[in-house]
Design a protein around this ligand. Structure first.
Ligand SMILES: [Mg+2]
Length: 247
């Protein structure tokens, strides 16, 4: 076992044993394989709309531009500098410009087609469904996501992740985004529970780990790439299977 745990599970009688009842999962990059699903749909779009003919010389250029622009816009969205409608409206014009294409050449349905294709993709992280089956017998499991209602629901259905979760909390529903502790408090209120009975599992230190810490909820940092971060999560795992050792 290669996991690096900043705190081991409590078996010491001198230390109160945590009684988790509710497990909160992040969705994108934690269960749903965002990178693989997005790469597939971008590749299809590049061919379908023949983007080479409108100035985007290669798929690699399109792909690199997507990541550059999309992450910038999501960073802005996460700190409230841009709203959902403008993120969607501005995304592909900026990507086309960045990739050397003409923004005015974008087919009008491009953004919608991207959203539809991507949220229809089935790929999840290794052991996602196995760990959800495992946990479902022992805990109540839920999702807390900064994504949008419609796309997150569709992603879960297309990938077979629906049916595991009792509560699905989105930033769109609550009006608060992780790491704002109010999105976690919303979940606690809905479940009529306390922070000490909950555990948050997610890949993003700035939203999942910091947010749960602000809400006094223990955290599992899902870190398959072994990134180093400044925060001290309660637990760190590199593979979802490791949750069986913790829970
Ligand atoms: Mg995530």
């Amino acid at each position: 076992m290669q996991s690096i745990k900043s705190k081991t599970i409590n078996t010491d009688a001198d230390y109160p044993v945590k009684t988790y009842q509710h497990i909160f999962f992040d969705l994108d990059h934690t269960l749903w394989d965002y990178d693989r699903n997005v790469t597939e749909s971008l590749s299809e779009l590049y061919e379908h709309y023949q983007l080479k003919a409108i100035g985007i010389e290669s798929f690699e250029k399109f792909f690199e531009s997507f990541h550059h622009v999309n992450f910038q816009l999501w960073d802005w969205y996460n700190v409230g500098k841009i709203d959902k409608d403008n993120l969607r409206k501005e995304r592909f014009p900026r990507i086309f410009s960045h990739a050397g294409g003409k923004p005015e050449a974008i087919p009008v349905e491009f953004e919608e087609d991207f959203m539809q294709r991507t949220s229809s993709k089935p790929h999840v992280f290794p052991y996602s469904k196995e760990i959800l089956h495992y946990l479902k017998g022992k805990y109540k499991i839920h999702v807390i996501t900064n994504g949008f209602n419609e796309s997150q629901a569709k992603k879960m259905k297309s990938s077979g992740l629906d049916g595991f979760f009792e509560l699905i909390v989105t930033s769109e529903t609550t009006g608060h985004k992780k790491p704002d502790p109010r999105i976690f408090q919303f979940a606690l209120d809905q479940l009529k529970t306390e922070a000490e009975h909950c555990l948050m599992i997610g890949d993003n230190p700035d939203s999942d780990i910091l947010g749960a810490q602000r809400a006094n909820i223990d955290q599992v940092f899902f870190n398959p790439e072994g990134k180093s971060i400044d925060l001290q999560p309660t637990y760190t795992i590199a593979h979802l299977r490791e949750l069986e050792d913790l829970l």
